[in-house]
Design a binder for this molecule. Structure first.
Ligand SMILES: Nc1nc2c(c(=O)[nH]1)N[C@H]1C(S)=C(S)[C@@H](COP(=O)(O)OP(=O)(O)OC[C@H]3O[C@@H](n4cnc5c(=O)[nH]c(N)nc54)[C@H](O)[C@@H]3O)O[C@H]1N2
Ligand SMILES: Nc1nc2c(c(=O)[nH]1)N[C@H]1C(S)=C(S)[C@@H](COP(=O)(O)OP(=O)(O)OC[C@H]3O[C@@H](n4cnc5c(=O)[nH]c(N)nc54)[C@H](O)[C@@H]3O)O[C@H]1N2
Ligand SMILES: [Mo]
Length: 754
């Protein structure tokens, strides 16, 4: 069991940060790096998408420091390394080992005869890619994946390139992440982004945090929560697990608190619903609003700004408390208390992350949370609104730049006006469709602008099979990972600069731009010497691939775009709304804020109003066909969530500890309720196998995991991602979002066989 008195932040956090930096043997360079992180004229921290406060103080967090140290390592995987190891050998290594070997330093091509990656020149690499693409029968045989670290400039050129070729196949990491948030918010309030900014956290009376672990994944968010708690705002957490960071937090940046003397209690209320129980929680809160607190609802707001209230009220009234309690795992009293906290406050913010987005019913759940704000008018006024807390540092910007499988007509028209080609209208692929198409041999080529799709996507065996069927796979990356090893016939690795490194082209250090979770767009420029002279920026790599492939098919002066990224920003300003005077706007400290229609009470929905969603509470977490399989099992079926430890960044595993959860030196763990363990005859040292229950005949199993008793609702279990991605059935995706249901997988647990 984790230590009850432990708290996030404080001395332990600082020590761990410093240890991490020292271990990387680059202390000076890293401290310089940290000093420049998230400051005007420095680089944007590659850690997470939380916004920056503009106090100018030395700002960093432990996990940002780890991300920077990991990128700044002096270890290298060079030609000698690849001469030593075949790809088949490397595939046997762990994700942690692979990335620990160091930075990629030169372009490489896979040789199927020797089963090794071998150095090639950039010229050869670009020519080979262009030949590969131009040999495809249709541009729709190409998949263009983006991971959310890519800059606005690189992702804008990437989508220009894809659309000039004629495809909308832009699968991206947000398909596995906040896709449901974008869809639900667009449907409910007409804009697929959050409506608040960091300033709203200073004005809110109540802040709800659903399905999120900011202590680990957005540590700088704790500063905002901590200040809010200190000035008397009420923070209410809904989380399957009692996460330490949401309970007590000491800021590692305030000297007095370094000693942990003034740790602040963050959450005034902490509810632990069942996995996937949040729809029922929100529905229950709506029921209390409507049936018990009707006089406190904002009738003016409802009448002026919303559509569909009558049908919604009918649905809410028809939902029975018994169903709400069973599905949420909370009592009517708990939900009534939370509803009162919401309604009593004039200003409420709702934050959420993967605990909400990675389920079958995520889109409706997020719509239901939004309805609470529509009933009370807690949106579009200071201190109120919706806050999906994005993951990757520029994942929101990628989408703004046009990394979308189904762009709007307005977007296509703007593209045509600027680039003089007709962009494809046929919707393209998300991650789910892309992997399926590769698996079926309909798509033949994959380019990955960062990321690690092999490990990040669900159903590892199926995904790897799909990747191994590619005729050509191209990975633009900083570190070696599992995707690079899932080679088919032919593959290239193109090594790129990281966020922290100086990007010098055209005789000057270039800046790129990013957009944070609050729609703030700002510049970022690296300051450390690149890990190798052979590295190129992502921006240049994309521009060169486009230049070599498209030749005179598009009249763009690629050289001038590569020599000066402000020329790319001029193009962005012409195509993407809100980016007028882009180059001038990023000169302001902190950058500029993109207009948000819903925050200004304008509703870009079909009805022109914010929409209620009159749907019934779903019967179960899984589709009917799976429920009937579950009913046939002799042993208990648990719901598994897959989550992050404190020592990882998505598929990048920095270390084997998860300090805040009391875990040291291991990752093959399953967190279980003590009573569930007792029923299965397990103790804290038992080794177990975990198998998925699904409606197909595929066996999905992981073996030799250690059971660990934990404060988790009975019937729910938790394991780390990506080790348990093999358990997530490929077809187990969210309705409308197609996001893998990484937070609800039906499993059985048995003693390990050997
Ligand atoms: N250091 C670090 N920072 C990161 C990342 C990283 O890996 N490491 N990843 C980045 C990315 S891409 C993202 S998307 C974010 C992810 O940020 P998070 O969403 O915080 O990440 P997870 O670890 O998936 O945590 C999910 C949380 O939701 C809870 N939860 C799970 N299921 C449910 C549920 O059904 N209901 C409720 N109420 N709670 C539930 C879990 O107990 C856990 O606390 O972080 C970003 N920042
Ligand atoms: N089971 C389960 N699966 C999940 C999730 C979950 O909670 N549970 N979460 C999902 C979520 S929220 C996300 S966002 C996805 C993440 O999916 P991805 O974004 O695809 O994965 P990452 O692990 O972030 O990518 C790590 C790799 O990116 C490369 N890299 C790092 N920095 C740079 C850079 O600056 N440039 C370039 N070009 N490459 C770089 C390195 O080679 C590194 O190996 O995973 C999803 N998968
Ligand atoms: Mo994410």
């Amino acid at each position: 069991m984790p230590n009850k008195s432990s708290k996030a932040g404080g001395m332990a956090s600082v020590k761990s940060t410093v240890n991490q930096l020292i271990k990387s043997k680059q202390v000076r360079r890293n401290m310089l790096n940290l000093y420049h992180a998230n400051k005007h004229e420095g680089f944007d921290c590659p850690g997470c998408a939380w916004g920056d406060d503009k106090s100018g103080a030395f700002r960093f967090c432990e996990n940002g420091a780890k991300a920077i140290a990991w990128e700044s390592t002096s270890e290298k995987v060079d030609a000698a390394f690849f001469a030593q190891h075949t790809v088949s050998e490397l595939r046997k290594q762990s994700d942690h080992w692979l990335e620990s070997q160091g930075r990629l330093v030169e372009p490489l091509r896979y040789n199927a005869q020797t089963d090794k990656y071998e150095p090639v020149s950039w010229e050869q690499a670009f020519t080979h890619i262009a030949n590969g693409i131009n040999a495809l029968q249709s541009p729709n045989e190409l998949e263009l994946y983006t991971s959310g670290r890519a800059s606005n400039e690189a992702s804008f050129l990437y989508q220009v390139f894809g659309r000039a070729l004629g495809t909308n196949n832009f699968p991206d990491c947000s398909n596995m992440c906040h896709e449901a948030s974008g869809i639900a918010l667009k449907r409910a309030i007409g804009v697929g982004k959050g409506t608040v900014t960091l300033k709203d956290f200073d004005a809110a009376d109540t802040i709800f945090v659903f399905g999120q672990n900011p202590g680990t994944n957005h540590p700088r968010m704790l500063n905002a929560l901590r200040s809010a708690a200190k000035r008397g705002a009420t923070i209410v957490s809904f989380n399957n697990l009692k996460e330490v960071g949401l309970q007590r937090f000491a800021s590692p940046q305030k000297p007095a608190e370094l000693l942990g003397l003034q740790a602040v209690d963050i959450s005034a209320r902490y509810y632990t619903p069942k996995l996937g129980g949040d729809f029922a929680v929100a529905r229950g809160m709506a029921k209390v609003f409507i049936e018990e607190l009707a006089e406190q609802l904002n009738q003016d707001f409802i009448n002026t700004h919303t559509h569909g209230i009558d049908a919604y009220i009918e649905q809410v009234k028809a939902t029975q408390w018994q169903d709400i309690e069973t599905r949420s795992g909370l009592t009517r009293a708990d939900i009534t208390e939370a509803a009162n906290l919401f309604v009593r406050s004039q200003k409420a913010i709702t934050c959420w992350a993967m605990g909400i987005t990675q389920h079958l019913h995520s889109v409706d759940t997020i719509h239901e949370l939004t309805s609470l704000h529509l009933l009370t008018g807690a949106i579009g006024v200071p201190g109120s609104g919706m806050c999906p807390v994005r993951g990757h540092s520029n994942v929101q910007g990628n989408r703004t730049m046009g990394i979308l499988e189904a762009p709007t007509q307005a977007f296509n028209q703007a593209m045509q006006a600027v680039f003089d080609f007709a962009p494809p209208e046929k919707p393209g692929h998300r991650v789910y469709d892309a992997i399926k198409a590769l698996h079926a041999g309909q798509s033949k080529m994959l380019i990955c602008l960062g990321g690690n799709i092999a490990a990040a996507s669900a159903d590892t065996a199926y995904t790897e099979q799909a990747l191994r069927r590619t005729a050509l796979m191209v990975n633009i990356a900083t570190k070696l990972n599992r995707t690079h090893l899932a080679v088919g016939q032919d593959a290239l690795i193109l090594p790129c600069l990281g966020r922290t490194e100086a990007d010098t082209t055209g005789g000057k250090n270039q800046a790129i731009t990013v957009e944070d979770t609050f729609s703030m767009v700002h510049a970022s420029s690296g300051n450390t010497p690149p890990a190798s002279d052979l590295l190129k920026s992502e921006t240049e790599i994309i521009a060169r691939i486009a230049q070599y492939t498209l030749k005179e098919r598009i009249a763009l002066d690629w050289e001038s775009l590569i020599a000066d990224y402000s020329n790319i920003r001029e193009l962005i300003a012409k195509v993407i709304p809100g980016f007028d005077n882009f180059n001038a706007q990023i000169q302001q400290p902190g950058g500029f804020h993109l207009y948000n229609s819903a925050a200004n009470l304008q509703w870009n929905t079909a009805s022109g109003k914010a929409e209620f969603n009159a749907v019934a509470l779903p019967e179960a977490l899984f589709p009917d066909s799976v429920q009937s399989k579950i009913a046939q099992q002799d042993s208990p079926v648990f719901t598994l969530q897959t989550l992050r430890s404190h020592d990882q960044y998505n598929t990048t595993v920095y270390g084997m500890n998860d300090r805040y959860r009391g875990v040291f030196g291991e990752r093959q763990l399953v967190f279980m309720h003590a009573e569930d363990m007792r029923l299965l005859g397990l103790t804290d040292n038992s080794l177990v196998d975990i198998s998925t229950i699904w409606d197909d005949d595929t066996e999905r199993k992981v073996t030799q995991f250690r059971a660990m008793s934990y404060d988790i609702p009975q019937g729910n279990v938790a394991c780390y991602y990506p080790e348990t991605n093999p358990l997530i059935p490929f077809e187990s995706v969210g309705l409308a979002s197609a996001t893998p249901t990484s937070k609800s997988v039906p499993v059985v647990i048995s003693h390990s066989e050997s």
